[in-house]
Write a protein that binds this ligand. Structure first.
Ligand code: BES
Ligand code: MN
Ligand code: ZN
Length: 477
């Protein structure tokens, strides 16, 4: 992660990332008239970032966009990203952000875009890391050091989660995911318990065990808890994340080519909830949070669970498996019913659950649905707008659930040909009695090309969203 720190004043010959709301403020910079004129021309043309290369020194300027606050913030993030990429091209290791306007949130948004955009995943490159942007000084009287540190902590969690998502199954088994959670718990100060296969058997998690049957690696069930003194909530917020470290489709094998290439990303929901609880603990949010991650890979194999099999779930319900590629809901169902013991205020799932979610709205947002009361959704939608991790809410009508009737068991794990993202959500809702919110991140967790500060590959989606939700919850008392 970039190192972010406050500096008191603009220092000499550094490259500059400038944000301003009035072009006239450019006079505040020590520039010769021609260079200032050149920047002003570009701003007149509505460029999101004006660039002037002054014999090798880059001065880049973003003029705050017109529109509502969320839009202005997002444009500042994108400008910060564009500036960071430009610095990267020039092999700069350090630069300075200078704010000539007084809205701290906009300055922080620009810094956030730069930090998120500067991410790279080079763990498996043997060539040594080329020089890259490592440090940003922030000269902005309106920004306080605490706000900047919070931004740094959250972006660091996003980096961690992107690394986890980008790490292939060859290097990240379920057991290793459990170890990563343990490491983060020690570092950030939340408790972590990892159930092994024996303990999962003792719990009767028939969904998780069935999906794991084709694997040669054991499953884990990760239980994380952040319970600060003075938490505002009596009942915890429970976050459940899908931790399928690799999804081949099992015996309902995905049709190669292409369909399996990115399936190391199938633990991105686990990443989102691990990242969110890590951020909450790091920032010592006064909210009691529990995060649960059922984890395994999904593979064909001699003992693999097959279409037609009937599973006895953790809750006691029986499920007829009619597609071994609909595995996410099976492991999440066990986690939801395990979650019953916490008497959650709200229980969330985050999961790369259905291709239908990405077919419905693409990569520009995640789909959300559930049974929680309107105010909880409202709080989440506010968090989504503020972080620009956008959400499209689906209907959650009873009829979708009726598609899950099985001839021989209590329910089956697939619905009809339409609205697969909703029937998947309806399946999950059968396993909790608590107010429930399901977020399907299949379209947003992993991109096949860069989108501004969301890199190609793992995006870390959900971390900023859920952290922001928890922060709002902390403020709501
Ligand atoms: N992990 C996939 C969903 C997915 C697809 C995530 C594309 C990211 C990108 C999930 O386990 C799956 O295979 N879902 C099936 C469900 C179907 C069999 C009912 C799907 O969406 O095709
Ligand atoms: Mn699948
Ligand atoms: Zn899957």
């Amino acid at each position: 992660m970039l190192q972010l720190s406050k500096s008191n004043r603009a220092a000499g010959a550094k490259d500059l990332l400038v944000i301003l709301s009035d072009p006239a403020a450019l006079r505040g910079l020590d520039l010769v008239r021609n260079d200032r004129q050149y920047l002003l021309e570009q701003l007149k043309e509505d460029r999101p970032v004006a660039v002037c290369d002054i014999s090798g020194r880059l001065v880049m300027v973003h003029l705050v966009a017109k529109g509502d606050r969320e839009h202005r913030q997002e444009m500042a993030r994108r400008a910060g990203n564009a500036m960071a990429l430009r610095l990267g091209d020039a092999k700069r290791e350090e630069a300075q952000v200078v704010s000539l306007q007084d809205d701290a949130r906009l300055t922080l948004a620009l810094v956030e875009g730069a930090a998120l955009g500067a991410y790279t995943f080079r763990r498996h490159k043997t060539e040594k890391q080329p020089r890259s942007l490592g440090k940003l000084g922030v000269v902005a009287p309106e920004v306080n050091a605490g706000g900047l540190q919070e931004l740094a902590d959250v972006c660091e969690c996003v980096y961690t989660v992107r690394d986890l998502v980008n790490e292939p199954a060859s290097h990240l088994s379920a057991v290793q995911l459990g170890e990563e959670a343990q490491r983060l718990g020690k570092e950030a100060g939340f408790s972590v318990k990892v159930l092994n296969k024996k303990q999962i058997e003792a719990e009767g998690m028939g969904g998780l065990l069935a999906v794991n049957q084709g694997s040669i690696d054991p499953p884990v069930f990760i239980i994380m808890e952040w319970k600060p003194k003075g938490a505002v909530n009596k009942q915890p917020v429970v976050l459940v994340g899908k931790g399928v470290v690799y999804d081949t489709g099992g015996l309902s094998l995905k049709p190669t080519p292409n369909s399996m290439d990115a399936m190391k990303c199938d633990m991105a929901g686990a990443g989102a909830v691990i990242g969110a609880i890590t951020a909450a603990a790091k920032r010592k949010l006064p909210v009691h949070v529990v995060a649960l991650v059922p984890s395994t890979d999904n593979r064909p194999g001699g003992r693999a669970f097959a279409p037609g099999d009937v599973l006895k779930m953790h809750s006691g319900l029986t499920v007829e498996n009619l597609n071994s590629d609909a595995e996410g809901r099976l492991i999440l169902a066990d986690a939801l019913s395990y979650g019953e013991r916490y008497d959650a205020e709200t229980i969330f799932t985050a999961a790369t659950l259905t291709g239908a979610a990405s077919r419905a709205i693409g990569t520009h947002g995640s789909v959300v649905m559930g049974t929680a009361p309107r105010e909880r959704f409202a709080m989440l939608h506010e968090a989504a707008a503020e972080t620009f991790e956008r959400l499209a809410q689906m209907p959650f009508w009873e009829e979708y659930g009726e598609e899950l009737k099985s001839d021989i068991a209590d329910l089956k794990n697939i619905g009809g040909p339409y609205a697969g993202q909703i029937t998947a959500g309806k399946f999950l809702a059968r396993f909790t009695t608590r107010p429930y919110i399901h977020i399907d991140i299949a379209g947003t967790a992993f991109l096949d090309r860069r989108d501004h500060y969301r890199p190609k590959g793992g995006t870390g989606v959900g971390v900023r969203l859920l952290y922001n939700y928890l922060k709002r919850r902390a403020a709501a008392q």
